[in-house]
Design a protein around this ligand. Structure first.
Ligand SMILES: *Cc1c(COP(=O)(O)O)cnc(C)c1O
Length: 426
């Protein structure tokens, strides 16, 4: 078939043409650390990147590669890798771009753990982040300097119900000749494909919707293959001879696959943030139903958010899928299939009311996770966003009087009934 395959087909078939060794229809779990070389010449060609194949599972593994290929197909990228967690994916995405002394311009509206990683931990590598409100294009432009190597944002930002204007940020990144990196975890490629809106690189916590059943942590990095790393001297790891790989010049030699091969040959080799084949298997099982789940997540979230907005004990609901949201029109344009299923609810009773609600729910699980088939709730201020300052919490949409909901795929009536009985106790 020469047809361009649809999303629903790719989520089931991409990366799996049947197992070449056994004909197994499902992707086998290749639980092997190393792979046999045919002979010394074959081994040398693999190490020289002259031939693509398997050497050692810290670098690549057939089960993990099948998943990477599938996520890459769903995002419409040129190449991709999987790694051990979403946080690993963020480091892996920055690694080929950064040198000590370089910075990124990051949205203030990010997952709490990402704010933490970018505020403190990346400084140990000599990298830094400048946080700006990406609603102000002028502020984003002003923050970019000679040492800036990327803009980083989330498509649908967790937990505040904020949706990013990706084309606007992509235009700023293009003008500055730096890549735009989009964390697409909360939207999933079913709701948003950032590369189609001009992003260079997409990162995922596959822990969430891509797996969809709360079983394994994992991450992915997908590269569009479109960025010209050699246009100037900003990205020497890709444009110039790389001392970490016997002087190979990745971009001139490998073109659109330069970023991906660098991520494997040096990133995974030396940082070792590898996904294991068992983990990849769970995510491959989950991803087969991604579109079906996401459609239900969105349908339920719309119903629950609309119901909550009218409840007398509720001060407000930040769901971009509600007509009352300031981002409603942007959602219609950029995310036509919906605004996801994560949002926050502010309660009139403040901190105490939030704690009472969380403790009174029966169907909802009180956990630090999102994107599960089950409905989840968390009080961000006292948990995931606890280590942040008041100002950072406010900017991230995690004030003390709000709870974050991740709406599952259960019967919408049951989800609402559970909230109803719990709010009655507040
Ligand atoms: C969970 C999450 C992460 C971190 O992913 P892990 O798999 O937990 O490391 C990053 N970004 C977003 C938006 C997330 O929801």
């Amino acid at each position: 078939m020469t047809r361009q395959l649809g999303f629903d087909t790719l989520q089931v078939h991409a990366g799996n043409k049947g197992d070449p060794a056994t004909g197994a229809r499902q992707v086998p779990i290749y639980q092997s650390t190393a792979f046999l070389f045919k002979n010394a010449e074959h081994a040398a060609r693999l190490f020289n990147l002259q031939e693509v194949g398997y050497i050692y599972s810290r670098l690549t593994n057939p089960t993990v590669s099948a998943l990477a290929e599938r996520i890459t197909a769903l995002e419409g990228g040129a190449g991709g890798i999987c790694c051990s967690s979403g946080h690993a994916a963020q480091i892996m995405a920055l690694f080929p771009l950064m040198q000590p002394g370089c910075n990124i311009v990051a949205s203030t509206r990010l997952y709490g753990g990402t704010v933490q990683q970018f505020t403190n931990t990346i400084r140990k590598f000599g990298w830094s982040a400048k946080f700006v409100d990406t609603e102000s294009k002028a502020a984003v432009k002003r923050a970019i300097d000679r040492k800036t190597r990327a803009i980083f944002c989330e498509s649908i930002a967790n937990p505040g119900g904020y949706v990013t204007d990706i084309p606007a940020l992509a235009a700023i990144a293009d003008a500055a000749h730096i890549p735009l990196i989009v964390d697409n975890t909360s939207a999933s490629p079913y709701l948003c494909r950032p590369i189609e809106h001009g992003a260079t690189i997409v990162v995922h916590s596959t822990t969430k919707y891509l797996t969809g059943n709360g079983t394994v942590t994992g991450g992915a990095v997908v590269d569009s293959g479109r960025f010209d790393w050699s246009a100037d001297d900003k990205f020497p790891s890709l444009s110039q001879p790389e001392p970490a790989y016997h002087g190979l010049t990745f971009h001139p030699t490998l073109g659109a696959m330069a970023f991906t091969f660098h991520s494997i040959a040096i990133g995974l080799r030396d940082l070792g943030m590898t996904m294991n084949p068992q983990g990849a298997h769970y995510t491959l099982m989950g991803i087969e139903t991604l579109s079906l789940r996401m459609a239900r997540h969105v349908e339920n979230a719309r119903k629950v958010a609309a119901w909550l907005e009218k409840h007398p004990k509720v001060e407000g609901v930040t769901y971009a899928g509600l007509p009352s949201s300031p981002y409603y029109r942007r959602v219609k344009k950029l995310y036509p299939k919906g605004a996801g299923a994560i949002f926050t609810v502010a309660l009139k009773g403040g901190y105490d009311a939030c704690v009472k609600l969380v403790d009174s729910l029966e169907l909802f699980s009180h956990v630090a996770n999102l994107g599960d088939a089950r409905s989840l709730i968390i009080h961000s201020a006292s948990t995931t966003h606890r280590q942040l300052t008041d100002e950072q919490r406010e900017k991230a949409g995690a004030s003390p009087n709000v709870v974050r909901l991740s709406i599952g795929i259960e019967d919408a009536g049951d989800i609402i009934a559970d909230l109803d009985q719990a709010l009655a106790k507040v």
